[in-house]
Write a protein that binds this ligand. Structure first.
Ligand code: XMP
Length: 506
């Protein structure tokens, strides 16, 4: 495997993605808490950083401990660090170097630049520049304005590059990363969904033996893929619980339960609708609603889990971005992100946790799911929040509002599907607004509810833009909703991006 030591760059996860796209396994660790370097580690990549090496609180890492024995690639800050603290000097650039540049000089036959042509476009993003390097450092690439765009420490496999090969604007970045990983580190490209599945199932078998595992299915991609992996490993010892909280989409509970059974999972569907509705009476504040829904879920789940004799483990669909220890950009101390899946275990469920997907990114989970043969109606599903329609009904949640919203939402989603845009949209949903407005139907004046339609494009939900859905499609959806869903006389479309808005309204 490859170790990526993170100095807090926004691009660190992107480096990991590029490595894994080459079918090579890698892990991200904070620079100040690296794991033990054993013989499984084939090379180290040092990330960029929002810090400057000239800052007093610049993050430090003892690269000399591995330098000379393991290949090292320093990217941006990583490169500046190894130059500055080893006989060279890093200074502020006279102009900030941002954006496209071209490698006018590339040293012939340097293995890092194999099949990278002279003139190749690279992406720069830095305020400092490497002004001088020690005598045993050799410049292996330059741009017009950056002489030390890349260096190698002579006689070693230690490299530094000032540009970002991990972003797609660096046209030959992937080739360069491959050169480092395959030719220099000697990695073999055999980390594939199939090999992941094979080793994960074997590992789960060994870890779990004859133990029983309970797992909460949500209908989403992560919990479903986690369940299928566990199912392959321990079969009927996996007890899946799928709770109907009364806040799912129309008919979703029944259809997803059916898919799970079809997949051979040992799954129990639990109708707990009323418990959730009861807990939501009188609640208006979104956070209060979230807490109530979360609390009831834990109670229901716990009741069900207690019915499984001698259960030892809780299975979870936690994925890698939730567990990566992030380096705080405010100070060089490592902090751990808080997330609803991490540490969210109630004390009274004294179960050990098994998380088969906690080394995978979301797109990798989908690939693994595909290789496992999981149905596309589960793998291709839009993200859906845990509290479900509970946070898409603004204000107090009632069963009647849920019914109305489910009807409107089903019309919306079905239309997205039949127009062929469902898969192009990252997430879509309908929001029940806490207002009534005047309308006219036939000769009668109406005074009914309003729903908003939301559809966004996004990569990871952190930022998002509203989808420019065709007007004709919006018109058709609006008509269908108003004509078919009693209680709604107005439909609006949300044209806000995130930030400053969020994807959900609550
Ligand atoms: P926001 O509204 O914060 O949403 O832009 C970003 C993504 O997170 C989902 N979301 C949640 N998921 N529990 C969840 O499991 C929640 O309380 C929650 N709130 C928002 C949202 O659907 C979107 O995909």
């Amino acid at each position: 495997k490859i170790l990526i030591l993170d100095f807090g760059s926004q691009f660190t996860q992107l480096i990991a993605r590029r490595v894994r796209e080459l079918s090579i396994y890698c892990e991200i660790h904070p620079y100040n808490n690296p794991p033990v370097i054993d013989e499984t580690v084939k090379g180290i990549i040092l990330s960029g950083s929002p810090f400057s090496v000239r800052q007093e609180d610049a993050p430090h890492y003892d690269f000399k401990a591995s330098h000379g024995t393991l290949p090292i690639l320093g990217v941006c800050y990583g490169a500046q660090y190894m130059a500055h603290f080893n006989g060279g000097e890093v200074l502020p650039s006279s102009t900030r170097e941002y954006g496209r540049a071209n490698l006018q000089y590339i040293k012939k036959d340097n293995p890092l630049f194999k099949d990278v042509p002279e003139g190749s476009q690279v992406w720069m993003s830095h305020g400092d520049t490497i002004a001088s390097i020690a005598a045993d450092y050799e410049v292996i690439a330059s741009t017009d304005s950056v002489k030390v765009a890349a260096y190698q420490i002579s006689g070693t496999q230690t490299y530094g590059i000032q540009f970002h090969p991990e972003v797609t604007h660096s046209i030959d970045g992937k080739q360069l990363i491959q050169n480092f990983l395959v030719d220099i580190c000697g990695c073999s490209q055999d980390w594939t969904p199939d090999s992941f599945i094979e080793t994960t199932i074997a590992g789960l078998k060994e870890k779990l033996g004859d133990d029983k595992v309970v797992l909460g299915l949500s209908g989403g991609v992560d919990s479903s893929v986690a369940a299928v992996l566990l199912h392959h490993a321990i079969g009927k010892n996996l007890y899946c619980i799928f709770v109907d909280n009364g806040l799912l989409r129309k008919d979703e509970f029944e259809s997803v339960l059916e898919s799970y059974k079809h997949m051979g999972l040992n799954v129990k569907g639990v109708d707990a609708k009323q418990r959730f509705y009861d807990a939501l009476v009188g609640l208006i504040d979104p956070e209060h609603k979230r807490k109530a829904i979360g609390r009831v879920f834990i109670d229901v789940f716990d009741d069900e889990a207690h019915q499984v004799q001698d259960v030892k483990w809780l299975g979870q669909g936690t994925i890698y971005p939730d567990v990566i220890e992030s380096v705080s950009v405010k100070g060089p101390s490592a902090t751990i992100k808080s997330h609803h899946n991490v540490g969210g275990l109630p004390d009274f469920m004294k179960l050990k946790v098994v998380e088969p997907l906690n080394t995978l990114f979301k797109d990798e989970v989908r690939k693994v799911g595909k290789a496992l043969g999981i149905d596309n109606n589960i793998l291709g599903r839009h993200p859906f929040p845990g509290p479900g329609l509970g946070i898409r009904i603004l204000g107090e949640v009632t069963q009647e509002k849920v019914r109305i919203l489910q009807e409107a939402d089903a019309i919306y989603i079905n239309n997205l599907r039949s127009a062929g845009v469902y898969d192009k949209v990252w997430q879509a949903g309908t929001i029940f607004l806490p207002v009534q407005s005047v309308g006219v139907m036939g000769d009668e004046r109406t005074y009914e509810h309003v729903v908003a339609l939301r559809a966004v494009e996004s990569l990871d939900g952190m930022t998002a833009d509203w989808c420019h859905l065709p007007y004709d499609l919006l018109a058709k959806i609006s008509n269908e909703i108003i004509n078919n869903v009693k209680g709604i006389n107005r439909v609006v479309y949300d044209i806000s991006s995130k930030p400053p808005a969020t994807i959900e309204w609550e």
